[in-house]
Design a protein around this ligand. Structure first.
Ligand SMILES: [Zn+2]
Ligand SMILES: [Zn+2]
Ligand SMILES: [Zn+2]
Length: 149
């Protein structure tokens, strides 16, 4: 099975697009992340590792990759668009969002997946995708101000 990076470069070529500077840098950066990143974080990450790519190019690259369905936009309701590789059936996960510090973390749960499939079946839906977001206070934030047991 080809890696996501290989698939991404192949799709770009099929679409007649060169894997030019920004696109290549964005694909390489996202492949190394365990979860979604905002355009700003992607830009900062690329620059930090010596890449020279403007924020506007990062946005354009993300638009192209999203159109080709190579990345998916993750919206957790804080007004910041984050992006991560679409990995159908591979590294599928959902998100935990901390309302205090804004941290977004991945989680996966087999029982949850089965429950969703079951629900879709009962509702007569051929489910193509789904989104689940758990909001609240993360590990670190929920401890603040509470007495240690
Ligand atoms: Zn994620
Ligand atoms: Zn937090
Ligand atoms: Zn799922």
């Amino acid at each position: 099975m080809p890696t996501w990076v290989e698939t991404a470069f192949e799709e770009l070529r099929t679409a007649g697009l060169r894997r030019g500077g920004a696109r290549r840098a964005v694909v390489d950066f996202l492949a190394k992340q365990d979860c979604c990143r905002s355009a700003q974080e992607i830009h900062d990450g690329i620059t930090a590792s010596g890449g020279a790519v403007g924020v506007a190019s990062v946005y354009r690259a993300l638009d192209t990759l999203a159109e080709l369905r190579l990345v998916q936009r993750v919206d957790v309701g804080d007004g910041v668009a984050r992006f991560e590789p679409s990995r159908v059936g591979h590294d599928h996960h959902h998100h935990l969002v901390c309302d205090d510090c804004g941290k977004v973390e991945p989680f996966a749960d087999e029982a949850l997946e089965r429950a969703l499939e079951g629900a879709a079946g009962r509702l007569g839906y051929a489910m193509e995708q789904h989104e689940v977001v758990l909001r609240g206070a993360c590990d670190q934030c929920r401890d603040v101000g509470e007495p240690l047991v």
